[in-house]
Design a protein around this ligand. Sequence first.
Ligand SMILES: [Zn+2]
Length: 263
Amino acid sequence: MKRLLYLASLIIIFMIFIHGVFKINNSSYGCDNHILKNSTEKPIIRKPMIFIHDVSPIYLNDLKDIIKIINKYGYQNRTYLFVIVNHANKYNIEKYPKFVKYLHYLEKEGYHIEYHGYNHIGYEFNCSKTVAEEKLNKSFKILENCGFDIKKIKYFIPPRYKISKAAEEVFLNRNITIILDKYMLKKENNSIKKIVINNKEYTWYLPKNCVKSVELLAKIDYISSKHQFCLSIHPKAVNYGGGLEFLNYFLNMTKQLKSQDQS
Ligand SMILES: [Zn+2]
């Protein structure tokens, strides 16, 4: 067992090293090098955006533990809650008043209520325009019935980052920005703008003994990022093992670096 752990640590350290080298190469010579005028110019450090995926009544307790850490660092205004309105066709938020009340409380505290899906089954927005319209209308009706102002919804993450061109149009026509794993799509002055982002997730059931290595990796990613840095987290997955310890580290680290923020 000890030998196995030792081997796993060696592999992680090696991966971090390779990752670091790759990052350094990328920042000087990669496809984005036009953003940096010369290799000595420092990448811009922006405040991260925190995306909480799968906000659903089944994860209420997990969500509360995540929120405690975000509050500690005052990241309420930088945190976006992506709600599933009828998760697995079982958890219609209208039937969970305690959950809805909690989301309203969070919204008052500065958190943003955003949209993630109707039932989150499969690639639900890899669909026709008609189906996308139907799902979105049904979802927004549920959100309105729960007292949310749908005009405030500005962002949408499609389940599993999968969306058809037809469904993209539906969201963009309603001035909702679509967030994917590597970029955002936004409608501006009748044209579609593609904004590159650095959207990372480190806490998919992160074992406790890997926290330190992943913290180092995230710091390298964050500091070398030339685009808006976005931290994606999933309730339950982040609550496992060393996930919350990582979240605490990450928010603290980015807060310390905030003074260098140029955005
Ligand atoms: Zn999801």
